[in-house]
Design a binder for this molecule. Structure first.
Ligand SMILES: [Zn+2]
Length: 83
């Protein structure tokens, strides 16, 4: 009876070791996922410059998200909408 418990205990320990090992492997492979569309070129509506999405300044105006090359252009756009 005790031997059976020992075997079951060992199996449980092995199971957890395997699971963490698999998780570690998956984590190593899954690091830095390449975000689709991160290098997509977006046009600045103010100065008409194309900026990669990763470097663009995003601003949510009136429920819509706009992308700009800089904070200056975002502010200019806000002023244009207000005025
Ligand atoms: Zn701009």
């Amino acid at each position: 009876m005790y031997r059976l418990l020992l075997v079951v205990g060992l199996l449980v320990v092995l199971y957890f070791l395997l699971r963490s090992a698999i998780r570690e492997l998956k984590g190593k492979n899954g690091q830095e996922p390449v975000l689709p569309g991160n290098n997509e070129m977006l046009q600045d509506p103010v100065c008409r410059t194309y900026v990669p999405r990763g470097n663009a300044v995003s601003a949510s105006i009136g429920g819509q998200t706009y992308y700009f090359c800089s904070q200056d252009c975002a502010q200019t756009f806000r002023k244009q909408l207000a005025g």
